[in-house]
Write a protein that binds this ligand. Structure first.
Ligand code: BGC
Length: 745
């Protein structure tokens, strides 16, 4: 393993280490080997011929696992870890050192074209699953690349737009998953995004890449640019960038050399970047020495099917239409049953080793000759008038209709955002006509971004939401339809009733290359809960073919942890899995807070009639908010509600606990208000001083009360230094300053 920091290399070589040799590889220099980086994240896109980052040219066959939009719905860290491991094996086998994933940006708006590559609207869920993925991948000696750092939540104008976000929102929502993964899972690389953050390009953002990522979080890996994200390499190196991709030209390297020689670029950042590349090279060499089994395509396809089965969300199941009975006659309707939609477009596009056809997989599980099929529509909309009546007749003649609906690949992809969240009207028209003739209808959905489901929920008695499930989508859907797998997926994103209800509706995708994050921390369910807005399906929702009961919640607190214990009982007649979600909230707070926030979650597998007492431990620090006065995470003193629920709107039990807060020391100044003073336990001497010396009219001498005025409230927001304006003498003010100085000391 290379341990060299490359400190002795000449400046030209150090600079050369900081850019790729070509589209996917880095340069071999000194004892740093050439390394291969490749997309990611749900399959290995190893290109050996033509290269591109748009998913246009071909790549070697690789297992296409469920993209993050589907994978996240499993809420299953063990399974996500296994996917990471399988990806690592395939990457190693294809000679890849770093796989460019996971994508952990927050789904701020359902229109973002790349939401299919991201896990959730919630940063805790994203962080936990992202960590599992990184750990699985890196256990095989393949490095991860957390992307896209940071606040890259829209595709429109992505190479210029500035995400204008306040610090608390950044920390609590948009940086939180990055922080969690960097601190817990040691990713080899972080990919900085194309966009600007508060006006500064991610690649040139010293605060982001150095102050936060390295100095605060302790990241010691390589910061690689997104492909083509570097505008000014010298500024980027100074800010904290180590590797510019893609490579193939030495012009940016020469700019670094020239700046270093002219003294306009310090040697420290150049050395830092070279040392980071040397460390990455060492990790890659060590990784190549780890013995891993050759990937078994059949086993990986089976894993992809198992995982996909766990990602399917049963949104609705009135009158227990599902699971299907083998003996029933099933009408399978919809183009997507024959040609499944299972991944998104762009740089993550994988060349699958095989693709399950849902129709064939349904036939494989059904009794012979019980499945009929009609296309009903085409994704290009041609022939619908002719296809629809035949499909309706097919549905009417069966016992149950299973209608596959969704968005076509052309409707959503990396590189552009959607303009609406509607399913195609001809598909909804087909569903309406089918349901009119066949009341036992199941809708099966495929889509990368959230779609408006009110019309589907109104029509269909049962809905299975697969989002995108990877190459084994067909088999996994058949498993759930026939009850071989009891669905346990949960939504990772709220399904809003209307696009107009969504938090960023008025600020997406922004204008003049600025995107105002005006909703602040109120993203996803945090918004709908705070505003009391009806949604079609809430965050965390998902049904099962069985049912669960929650009981005996007990929460206790010690200095470092909140321990939640409760009993989950399977009250139905099938083995099933419950995803228990722990939400916390603080209603009395000095800062704005969501009604509740997901803080932890646990999975319980239960036989019919059985119970399990589970314990979920929450780090006390998970209750902290980002304090903008002191620029730190802070746990507020006081009472917190800890709830266990089956979704953000299906809270089954709540307990109240008291948590001792962190000490906050905000220096007193002449601008401190009376209210702040009253809340500060150290300020007694100043209060005494003011009681004795405040100008006459400002004393609580009873005159105010007599006139029906609440003096304390009136004075609360007055800065103490303004006493001067009401007649406090210069001497008295000076003495007051001395009392302030004494307290601050
Ligand atoms: C994408 C990255 C990807 C890179 C390389 C960029 O366009 O934003 O996610 O890893 O291309 O293909």
């Amino acid at each position: 393993m290379s341990t060299s920091s490359n400190a002795g290399l000449p400046i030209r070589q150090k600079a050369a280490l900081g850019s790729g040799a070509d589209f996917w590889t880095t340069k071999a220099i000194g004892d740093v080997p050439s390394m291969v980086l490749t997309d990611g994240p749900h399959g290995v896109r190893r290109q050996t011929g033509a290269t591109d980052h748009l998913g246009l040219a071909g790549s070697e066959p690789a297992t296409c696992f469920p993209p993050a939009v589907g994978l996240g719905q499993s809420w299953d860290r063990e399974l996500v870890r296994k996917v990471g491991e399988a990806l690592g094996l395939e990457a190693r086998n294809l000679g890849v050192d770093v796989l460019l994933g996971p994508g952990i940006n927050i789904k701020r708006d359902p229109r973002c074209g790349r939401n299919f590559e991201y896990y959730s609207e919630d940063p805790v869920l994203t962080g936990v699953l992202g960590s599992a993925w990184v750990e699985g991948l890196q256990s095989t000696g393949t490095g991860a690349s957390l992307k896209h750092f940071a606040a890259n939540n829209a595709e429109h104008d992505r190479m210029r737009a500035s995400s204008d976000v306040d610090e608390r929102t950044l920390r609590e929502i948009y940086l939180r998953a990055f922080e969690h993964i960097v601190r817990t899972s040691d990713p080899w690389t972080v990919m900085c995004s194309y966009n600007r953050i508060n006006g500064v390009y991610a690649a040139e953002n010293h605060w982001l890449l150095t102050t936060v990522l390295r100095d605060e979080w302790g990241f010691d890996g390589v910061v690689v640019s997104d492909w083509g994200a570097v505008r000014d390499r010298v500024a980027a190196v100074a800010a904290g960038l180590d590797l510019q991709m893609p490579g193939g030209t030495d012009v940016p390297d020469m700019a670094v050399v020239a700046a270093a020689e002219a003294g306009t670029l310090d040697s420290a950042p150049v050395d830092r970047a070279a040392a980071a590349m040397a460390r990455l090279g060492g990790r890659a060499l060590q990784g190549r020495n780890v013995t891993v089994a050759d990937p078994d395509r059949t086993a990986h396809h089976a894993l992809a099917r198992e995982v996909a089965g766990r990602c399917i969300v049963l949104l609705k199941n009135d009158a227990a239409v599902l699971p299907l009975s083998r003996g029933h006659h099933i009408a399978v309707i919809g183009d997507f049953a024959a040609t499944p939609r299972y991944q998104g477009g762009g740089s993550s596009h994988v060349n699958p080793t095989e693709v399950d056809s849902p129709l064939e997989e349904i036939r494989a599980l059904a009794s012979p000759d019980t499945v009929s099929f009609a296309r009903g529509f085409t994704t290009d909309g041609s022939d619908d008038d002719f296809l629809r009546p035949a499909a309706v007749e097919t549905a009417a003649a069966a016992d149950v209709a299973v209608v596959f609906l969704g968005l076509a690949a052309t409707q959503e992809s990396e590189g552009f955002d959607r303009e609406n969240i509607e399913l195609p009207t001809e598909q909804l028209a087909l569903l309406a006509e089918v349901v009119a003739r066949q009341p036992n209808t199941v809708a099966v959905l495929a889509h990368g971004g959230v779609v408006r489901l009110e019309p589907v929920a109104r029509l269909a008695p049962a809905i299975l939401d697969g989002a995108l499930l990877g190459q084994a989508a067909g088999g996994a859907l058949a498993d759930v339809l026939y009850g071989r797998v009891n669905p346990s997926g949960r939504l990772t994103e709220t399904v809003p009733a209307r696009l107009q209800d969504t938090p960023a509706y008025l600020n997406f995708p922004g204008e003049n290359s600025h995107i105002l994050y005006g909703e602040g921390q109120f993203v996803g369910y945090r918004w709908y809960e705070a505003r009391g807005i009806d949604v079609t399906y809430p965050f965390g929702h998902g049904l099962s073919y069985t049912s669960f009961d929650y009981s005996d919640l007990i929460v206790d607190v010690d200095a470092s942890q909140v321990r939640v214990r409760l009993t989950i009982t399977n009250t139905g007649d099938r083995t099933g899995r419950e995803v228990v979600q722990i939400y916390t909230s603080k209603s009395e707070s000095t800062v704005a807070r969501p009604v509740r926030e997901l803080t932890e979650f646990a999975i319980v597998d239960l036989q019919p009639g059985s119970s399990e007492r589970i314990t979920v431990s929450i780090e006390r620090d998970a209750m902290a908010y980002w304090d903008v006065r002191t620029h730190q995470w802070l746990v507020e003193n006081g009472e917190y509600d800890v709830s266990a629920g089956a979704s953000s709107r299906d809270i089954r039990a709540t307990a109240r606990v008291t948590i001792a807060g962190d000490p906050v020391e905000i220096p007193l100044t002449m601008d401190t208000t009376f209210a702040e003073l009253m809340a500060d336990p150290n300020a007694a001497s100043l209060l005494e001083y003011l009681a004795a010396h405040a100008p006459g009219g400002m004393k609580a001498d009873g005159n105010g009360e007599a006139a029906g005025i609440d003096m304390a409230q009136m004075m609360a927001s007055i800065p103490i230094g303004r006493m001067a304006a009401f007649g406090m003498s210069a001497d008295e003010l000076e003495r007051m300053q001395r009392v302030i100085d004494e307290i601050n000391e």
